[in-house]
Design a binder for this molecule. Structure first.
Ligand SMILES: [Fe+2]
Length: 364
């Protein structure tokens, strides 16, 4: 059984455990009608989740029907997770000892969970551009523009349509000097067809990439072959100079992360050009980067939290969630929420983004 299938099984445990917790909490604190509304929505959900789970394990990932059940499973899972948010509001009312009417309970619990899910699905397909300007005193030119892409998660749910959409956005941008992809290009949920990357052939801008955790999940050899056959340049634990302007230090995802840090230390360049570190996970705070003279770190992985309550857990873990973080305007971490989604195709508390970062030196 591959890693993705195991992951789906593990994800089911908190789901079933959550059902029991919901039930007993609601039973103790709310009226009969609310419990009934809860039962009506959760029991069919749980039944279908279990059914999908059995089918997912039964079918081979190479089979097209696997992708269908994978999508259904995550849509139900997403809806279920979204019920957590209104549930938290209900719990808040309970603490304040505010009794809710049946009508209001119905609006707050199942309906808002459903609306949140629909909004999350719609929002996950809207790709935004985040434009960032950073003053870089060691840059030996007036401007250098990097297009930062991350976390495509191409697989059972996300396909070529996303690649076409991204390429169309890039084509409209006139000043991009290089494109950097910081991992999770593939999801690992199913093997991919080489054709999925064909839209990128139309772009005449150098594209550099590193591996994220999902490149190492499943179908590792297929993924390697697939990416080797694209026009992307793999910066696998190596440093290159881009146009004699910046050093790109590419480190593939590794775990525990200290292994990646050890690899990075060995390939730190010995020149005065600005150092740009590419690592999938935002493990460094900006002030730590000062130790290695790294001007900018580009990361993804967090997906901006994607949905409640994952965004709280992500922030608690990394203290970096989405956007630009800096320390004394000398060292920067840019963590991009990415273009794709992991698991449910849903974003409720963050946007899908492409980062357009312009390094500037006004001296020129
Ligand atoms: Fe990711």
């Amino acid at each position: 059984m591959n890693k993705i299938k195991r992951r789906v099984i593990y994800l089911s445990f908190p789901l079933y455990f959550g059902t029991i917790c919901y039930y007993f909490t609601l039973k103790n604190i709310f009226n009969e009608e609310l419990i009934l509304s809860y039962e009506l929505i959760t029991y069919p959900l749980l039944f279908f989740t279990l059914l999908c789970l059995i089918l997912l394990i039964t079918f081979n990932s190479y089979h097209k029907i696997f992708n269908f059940f994978y999508l259904i499973y995550y849509l139900i899972f997403g809806l279920y997770v979204n019920l957590l948010f209104p549930f938290s509001i209900l719990f808040f009312f309970y603490i304040l000892k505010i009794k809710l009417s049946f009508k209001l309970s119905i609006i707050l619990f199942p309906s808002s969970g459903l609306l949140l899910t629909l909004y999350g699905i719609y929002n996950s397909f809207q790709i935004n551009i985040e434009r960032i300007k950073i003053n870089c005193p060691t840059l030996q030119t007036k401007k250098l523009t990097i297009c930062h892409l991350t976390d495509f998660h191409l697989g059972s749910i996300i396909g070529k349509e996303l690649v076409i959409k991204i390429v169309n956005i890039i084509k409209k941008e006139k000043n991009i000097n290089l494109i950097i992809i910081t991992g999770d290009i593939v999801d690992g949920s199913c093997p991919l067809n080489q054709d999925i990357f064909s839209p990128f052939q139309k772009i005449n801008i150098p594209i550099y990439y590193i591996y994220g955790n999902h490149e190492k999940y499943s179908f590792i050899n297929e993924t390697k072959k697939l990416l080797n056959n694209t026009n992307f340049i793999h910066l696998s634990n190596k440093t290159i100079q881009f146009n004699n302007l910046i050093n790109l230090i590419g480190i593939d995802f590794d775990f525990p992360h200290y292994k990646a840090i050890n690899k990075m230390v060995k390939i730190l360049p010995q020149n005065n050009l600005p150092n740009i570190l590419l690592y999938h996970v935002p493990i460094f705070k900006p002030y730590v980067l000062k130790n290695w003279n790294i001007f900018l770190m580009l990361s993804g992985h967090t997906h901006g939290g994607q949905f409640f309550p994952i965004h709280l857990l992500q922030y608690y873990h990394y203290r970096i969630l989405d956007g630009l973080y800096n320390y004394s305007n000398e060292n920067f971490v840019y963590c991009c929420s990415g273009v794709g989604t992991n698991g449910p195709p849903m974003r409720t508390f963050c946007k899908a983004k492409i980062g357009i970062i312009t390094l500037e030196n006004n001296y020129f």
